[in-house]
Design a protein around this ligand. Structure first.
Ligand code: COA
Length: 254
């Protein structure tokens, strides 16, 4: 469900489960973690580019999977993926068409460049699912947009347009064509023509040291709370209501 190929120094990764809007299963988390880690170590790869098949980037964690095999420990596949993303040394570019939800949105905070098609929507629905944010979103988003705007986004989980995401600062450019991928490919290609030693060291300077440690620490803190909430009654109600295609009722549920 994840395609990858190396082309002219670019590791192109395609989330390929369009019938479920590229929602992540545990198998997909494992596969993507491995692809990223191998790619980061492969001297042939200068840049990593990720996109989604069909008209979606990713609808986040597969909700049926959440119900069937909820994560119970901190080295669960989604948490390992987030840690791998936070530790990448090579530049990561995302091309976002359609929806980016949950971990499909928070993983963008670990990308170095994000290009979005004009109809792209970004949704952080953690609280409306009875959960808490993950992917160090509770650290990286307020750092980017300030506490109050991060609270608005993370508490209400309302869709954010591509234009608003650009204004907020987590999208570099909004692409008016039907897909952001060709432009993202051009940018990736341009990066491959630059000195890879300078590119990698610049990413190191931008992301490493204290920030990287703080991000990894926050992923762990969020992970513990997330697992706790996932096994609670509010998440159970929210996830069941999604599968039953009805609105959740949190009355009396903590
Ligand atoms: N897990 C499992 N299945 C999902 C999914 C998810 N996260 N997101 C979408 N799907 C499935 C839908 O159930 C539907 O399946 P069906 O055709 O068998 O009914 C299919 O993908 C298409 O989704 P649909 O809801 O019809 O598309 P849409 O364009 O109207 O809405 C979303 C797209 C992403 C906004 C909506 O599907 C959604 O809110 N999904 C849940 C996202 C979420 O909460 N993720 C978890 C974050 S922690």
């Amino acid at each position: 469900m994840i395609h990858c190929q190396i082309e002219d120094g670019i590791l192109k990764i395609l989330l390929n489960r369009p019938e479920k809007k590229n929602a992540f299963t545990n198998a997909m988390y494992r596969e993507l973690t491995q692809i990223l880690s191998k790619g980061d170590q492969n001297s042939e790869v200068k840049v990593i580019l990720i996109s989604g098949a069909g008209n979606a980037f990713s609808a986040g964690n597969d909700i049926a999977d959440f119900m069937k095999s909820p994560i119970t420990h901190e080295d669960a596949p989604p948490i390992n993926l987030l840690k791998a993303l936070a530790q990448l040394t090579k530049p990561l570019i995302a091309a976002v068409d359609g929806v980016a939800v949950g971990i499909g949105a928070t993983l963008l905070f670990h990308c170095d460049l994000v290009y979005a098609q004009k109809d792209a929507r970004f949704i952080f629905p953690f609280v409306s699912l009875g959960l808490v944010p993950e992917g160090a979103a509770s650290l990286l988003l307020p750092r980017l947009v300030g506490h109050q705007r991060a609270s608005e986004i993370l508490l209400f989980g309302e869709p954010i347009s591509a234009d608003d995401a650009q204004t907020l600062g987590f999208v570099n450019k909004v692409i008016s064509e039907s897909s952001a991928l060709p432009y993202a490919e051009q940018r990736a290609k341009k990066l491959t023509t630059l000195s890879s030693g300078s590119v990698i060291r610049t990413k190191f300077l931008l992301k490493d040291g204290a920030l990287k440690n703080a991000v990894l620490n926050q992923i762990e803190i969020e992970g513990k709370l997330f697992i706790d909430r996932l096994h609670g009654p509010a998440a159970k109600e929210a996830l069941t209501s999604f599968l039953e295609k009805r609105a959740p009722n949190f009355e009396g549920l903590d």
